[in-house]
Unconditional design. Structure first.
Length: 350
């Protein structure tokens, strides 16, 4: 009897914690919901060469008498090492001209490392297995280099399906090194800019700051910004205050959203998103949500996918995959569902 009573109390205690746990998971740090206006990333770009490719480089490098930018780049590279090779003698398939891009924090100092993205400029078949030659990175054309990038390229293993096998883009984790300090770091901010403007979220942020540090420390300017003030409601806030504000937690309701990878066909959505009654026809596939069952006695069911009304996005996506819908056709179908009013969510295609 005592054992049963103890277990019952424990179960009751655990159940009482569930609403608190749900509330905690629904809350987010202010730092995750906002940005500081001065935190504009420095965008860097450069032109470089990827070497070590297994015959999958720029095919134009093998053309007799080629004078393409790729060939001239290789010639100039060898000339820096005091090696003179006439362009017409180059027969290379293991080199590719690439564009190198990166974004770094405005507060990053010299010697800081960052990831870089690499994308082929020419007609290279694949960058897989290549190494980026040391490439200077600039903030704008004609300006001095502020960073360099080099290293082995990393391509996700995509199973060799379709055009993904080509691998014409890649990244280099920590492949960039900043070599010049920023000219003028941004001053302490007096505002918080919401990553996703929302009046209710902005109001909760201002209320949380006032509750923690006193009335008058935060004021909602509009759905996308909250103004901050120093102690006593005047002056610019100090860095310690801004750091403390970033750690506060508020409840933020994320808008319903569906993210679709048009290359792989991956669909990511909240578990409670459902689709209302609709009929969508696209590329020989008919999607019917709700309504009477179609007459398939005469073969009219070929290419027909029927799901129950208020079906979840997961169910519809699984059915479309089973019906053989191509990854690039998923986005138009969900966009059509949204346009018809059957889907109340934002569709993001990547």
């Amino acid at each position: 009897m005592i054992r049963t009573s103890t277990l019952a109390r424990i179960a009751l205690f655990v159940c009482s914690l569930l609403p608190l746990a749900a509330t905690a998971t629904a809350q987010s740090r202010i730092a995750d919901l906002t940005r500081h206006p001065g935190a504009v990333p420095r965008r860097l770009v450069g032109y470089g060469l990827v070497t070590g490719l297994d015959g999958t480089g720029d095919r134009s490098l093998g053309v007799s008498g080629a004078s393409t930018p790729s060939v001239r780049s290789v010639v100039n590279l060898l000339r820096r090492f005091e090696v003179e090779v006439p362009p017409e003698h180059l027969r290379l398939r293991n080199v590719a001209a690439v564009l190198v891009t990166a974004e770094v924090s405005p507060w990053m100092r010299a010697s800081g490392r960052f990831d870089v993205q690499v994308a082929a400029l020419g007609d290279a078949i694949s960058l897989r297995g290549g190494v980026l030659w040391m490439t200077p990175l600039v903030e704008d054309v004609g300006r001095e280099a502020v960073a360099t990038a080099q290293g082995a390229l990393f391509l996700a293993d995509e199973g060799g399906r379709g055009f993904a096998r080509r691998g014409n883009s890649a990244r280099i984790p920590d492949g960039g090194v900043l070599e010049v300090d920023p000219e003028s770091p941004p001053p302490p901010t007096t505002q918080l800019v919401l990553r996703e403007p929302d009046l209710a979220t902005a109001t909760r942020i201002a209320a949380a700051i006032d509750a923690a540090f006193g009335a008058g420390r935060a004021r909602v300017l509009d759905p996308g910004a909250v103004a901050l003030s120093g102690a006593g409601g005047a002056g610019a806030p100090d860095l310690a205050f801004l750091a403390a504000v970033d750690t506060l937690r508020v409840r933020a309701e994320s808008p319903p959203r569906i993210v679709i990878d048009a290359r792989e066909g991956t669909v990511v959505a909240g578990g409670d998103l459902t689709i209302g009654a609709a009929v969508i026809q696209h590329q020989g596939i008919t999607l019917q949500v709700g309504g009477a069952a179609a007459d398939t006695s005469r073969g009219g069911g070929a290419g027909l996918l029927r799901v129950e009304p208020s079906a979840s996005v997961r169910t519809v996506a699984a059915g479309l995959h089973a019906a053989g819908v191509r990854p690039q056709d998923l986005a138009p179908i969900f966009e059509a569902l949204r346009a018809s009013g059957a889907l109340r969510a934002e569709v993001v295609v990547r």
